[in-house]
Design a protein around this ligand. Structure first.
Ligand code: XMP
Length: 326
């Protein structure tokens, strides 16, 4: 019978058999899959594992802290953080075209990860214990999808923490290869991975950069972070997290509209709420979020985020709209 304890037991044995006493690295993204894969490997081989977290500066409010503090405290994992946000923002300066953003982020991510991995490898080799394995949080649906021709695959170039250069000669450890998302979440809970990470809804690898329509700047990121945190908080408070697949919050940074606050005219930005329901993200419908929840979100965002004076609801299914705006 399937229980999370059984699966953990089996996977721990497998990982130990595969890895022996070699050293292992794992890239953390802030998402569920990489966190649970890392926690499993940690359970199996403990201090032989080092995790690398590339902070690209495009995560949501509190997510960096959740990885660096909560996840590390809960699992005892050794973590190396690369603060690459200045580098990413520098490369993204002036860029507005969605595919260019995605390509730049994918490329910079690989560079930053590679550099961190090389540093760790040099250190490890000097100790006579070179790193031989790389953990990836590949799930069963990923395995199936990459086998079949997925027509949606070339609509957007996807960046995932998984995609790494071939000249880094690591063998792969993929302890989640036979599992579905729900099972991964259960295992994560059993392993003590913090609930905020375990229950996290899908979030794109390129992060908030593809939710700012226009150039990505630190000021715009700060605005979007605040608005997004409010939307998430209220969706959670309303008990909608299970019903809703995800709710991108999108800043129309190059659009201004006139508003009024007190007696003064404002000239701020609109923000879009994009709540969707979906089974697998290949198709989606806009989620019929109750009006009173939308109303609270709208009031809070326009009251608490000075630069935003209009909240807009996206009522487009996929197709024809994709879930993300870029
Ligand atoms: P779209 O916008 O194509 O999104 O309808 C489908 C799902 O994929 C997520 N998404 C990404 N996930 N790297 C990821 O890991 C990416 O580059 C990426 N782009 C989109 C999106 O949030 C939705 O769940």
């Amino acid at each position: 019978t399937w229980t999370s304890e059984n699966v953990i037991g089996q996977q721990v044995e497998r990982i130990r058999a595969q890895v022996g006493d070699h050293r292992v690295i794992c890239g953390l993204s802030g998402g569920v899959d990489s966190a649970v894969a890392a926690a499993l490997v940690q359970r199996a081989v403990g201090s032989q594992l080092t995790c690398i977290f590339v902070d690209h500066g495009l995560l949501r409010k509190d997510e960096v802290k959740q990885v660096q503090e909560d996840f590390v405290a809960a699992t005892g994992i050794r973590l190396v953080t690369v603060d690459a946000s200045a580098q990413f923002l520098g490369e993204l300066a002036g860029v507005t075209e969605p595919e260019r953003k995605r390509k730049i982020i994918g490329r910079e991510f690989i560079r930053a990860f590679e550099r961190a991995a090389r540093d760790l490898q040099n250190e490890a080799s000097a100790d006579g214990q070179p790193i031989r394995y790389l953990v990836q949080g590949t799930l069963y649906p990923d395995v199936v999808e990459s086998g079949g021709g997925d027509g949606a695959a070339n609509i957007k170039s996807h960046h995932n923490v998984g995609g790494l250069p071939e000249d880094l000669q690591f063998e792969l450890v993929e302890p989640l290869r036979t599992l579905f998302k729900d099972e991964v979440r259960e295992i994560g809970r059993e392993l003590g991975v913090p609930e905020v990470i375990v229950s996290r809804q899908p979030f794109p690898g390129p992060g908030l950069a593809i939710r700012i329509i226009g150039e990505v700047t630190p000021e715009r990121l700060a605005i979007l972070r605040e608005a997004d945190a409010i939307a998430r908080e209220e969706m959670t408070r309303a008990g909608l997290d299970d019903e809703i697949w995800q709710c991108p919050v999108v800043l129309l940074a190059d659009v201004h509209s006139v508003g009024v606050q007190g007696d003064s005219r404002t000239y701020g930005h609109p923000i879009v709420l994009r709540p969707v329901t979906s089974e697998d993200a290949m198709t989606a419908d806009w989620a019929h979020v109750p009006y009173d929840v939308l109303s609270v979100i709208s009031n809070r965002i326009t009251n608490e985020v000075r630069e935003i004076n209009r909240v807009v609801l996206d009522v487009t299914s996929k197709p024809p709209g994709t879930i993300e705006w870029e």
